[in-house]
Design a binder for this molecule. Structure first.
Ligand code: 0O2
Length: 208
């Protein structure tokens, strides 16, 4: 076990952490404003709920070591893109892409990376849209562009990912092939449910 948390002892660590906390607030507020505007115009809220998390110093340090990078604030700033994280859980698949497009259209936001695990699910069946966005944050010593990882997914994708995480959590050994097969089958069943619910939504809205 490496000597974790050298990072938290570095001078300036709290200021560093604060800038990521502020970036989460910025992006969260943007998403709230967008979804409220969407609700006013379309009489429907695309977001089921949101979660946010600031990566722990131990977890940042573990990731730097895993990537073979130096353990320092500067290196974390350069190499770790998910220190600030927001998860947006939507009702329907189309809402996922609507939220992503609305966010990326904002001219103070820059897209750093986009990984579409809905179009291209992970081999284990994991589905979600991951964006890393750079957002300007105004602090006492000026403006800093901070990356925020935004994971956007449906309630069904979130249900599967949460349970899969629980089942795998702290398992030292790999799960048996039959268990992995069954987990993947569950992911596909929930993706199928998402498609059927989207079709129902579209049919009902055509009636308006
Ligand atoms: P936490 O606590 O959720 O932050 P790496 O982070 O090094 O694995 P990369 O490319 O940065 O690699 O990330 P990737 O695979 O695009 O997305 C990582 C995050 O997506 C994970 O964060 C999870 O939140 C989620 N995720 C990715 N794959 C799976 C999966 O198979 N199952 C579940 N349940 N979630 C997944 P962290 O850092 O692992 O944890």
């Amino acid at each position: 076990m490496p000597d974790l948390c050298r990072l938290a002892k570095e001078q300036g660590f709290e200021t560093f952490r604060h800038s990521y906390r502020a970036a989460i607030k910025e992006v969260r507020t943007k998403i709230e404003i967008l979804s409220e505007d969407f609700a006013v115009r379309h009489d429907y809220n695309p977001i089921h709920h949101m979660e946010r998390r600031l990566k722990s110093p131990e977890s940042i340090e573990e990731k730097l070591i895993r990537y073979g990078k130096e353990v320092s604030i500067e290196s974390a700033r350069e190499n770790i893109m998910d220190i600030a994280g927001i998860r947006v859980v939507c009702n329907f698949i189309d809402d996922v892409y609507a939220i992503a497009d609305m966010l990326m259209e904002q001219n103070d936001i820059r897209l750093i990376t986009k990984k579409d695990y809905i179009q291209n699910p992970k081999p284990n069946g994991y589905r979600s849209l991951h964006l890393v966005l750079s957002v300007p944050v105004f602090l006492l010593d000026g403006c800093e562009n901070i990356p925020v990882e935004v994971q956007i997914r449906t309630v069904a994708m979130d249900f599967w990912a949460s349970l899969e995480h629980q089942l795998r959590y702290k398992k030292e050994k790999d799960l048996p092939p039959q268990t992995n097969f069954e987990l993947k089958a569950c992911a596909e069943a929930s993706a199928n449910l998402d498609m059927r619910m989207q079709r129902l939504f579209d049919e009902i809205h055509k009636m308006d």
